[in-house]
Write a protein that binds this ligand. Sequence first.
Ligand code: FMN
Length: 294
Amino acid sequence: MDASGEPQFTPEMNPPLREDTSVPPRKGPIRRFLDTPPDNTAKTVVIALGLCLVASMVVSAAAVSLRPLQQENAALDKQVNIVEVAGKYEEGMDVAAAFAAFEPHVVELDTGAFADGAEIEGQVLDPLTFDDRAAAEDLTLSAPLDDDPAGIGRQADYVTVYLLKNDDGSLDKVILPVYGYGLWSTLYGFIAVEEDGNTIYGLQFYEHAETPGLGAEVDNPRWKALWRGKKLRDDEGDLEINVGKAVTAAGPEYHVDALSGATLTSRGVDNLVRFWMGEAGFEPFLERVRAGEI
Ligand SMILES: Cc1cc2nc3c(=O)[nH]c(=O)nc-3n(C[C@H](O)[C@H](O)[C@H](O)COP(=O)(O)O)c2cc1C
């Protein structure tokens, strides 16, 4: 007691409250998981799975959100190639404006006639939107090939071609899509043929996966330049264009030298060009070009 009669407490009489250590505090599952040692196998597996899940969600979200941009770029790249194979491309130019000069048409390969606006199995063949690649896989618009030197499996019945006209409305060039298997990949490109329907102006691929420095030399401007002025058919109408190591009996105007160190890709290009320029490809259409009907 102090002087006023109040009880005098000392620390001994009133010890500070201490945690009761006899019962451990309750922990949530996350806390318990985080408190497990870092070398715990289950913890390692759960963290690895979690990281995989998050990473795959990020990649999927990026792939989905970037798809429209990729499609836009692919379409622009195709336009660049069409303009370029026709010899109209300049660095920095407005490609869309240059591409507007090319007239797209859907052609029926069997007859070589335009099929713009035709309705096949409920699908209207609009040259502005016709998707050649989708058509080649569409069972109603394509057929399997028995004779398949280009290694494409199925061929579409309809294909988009592009016409480039002179200022007076006469035909300057036709740009024809071609594709076929090389060594490692399918090469997709365009061949530009002059208004005579027989002289090549250019050949160019916009997509392939051949080896850089070997098969990918198909993109080398010096090799591409070899195609200019080459003839498809001789005076008898026989298809003589070829890619190979040696000039054939038809003569040098029908021959393009194979790429050195890339004979297999060159053979693929030979096969695909001869296929698409042949009867099963654009010959019916080129016949119409030669007849002045286009
Ligand atoms: C890793 C590797 C990649 C190759 N890529 C190609 C190719 O893309 N295109 C091709 O024709 N040959 C390619 N080749 C070479 C072919 O195997 C083959 O040797 C060549 O086509 C023969 O050409 P040549 O007769 O002109 O020597 C490649 C070889 C190796 C080892």
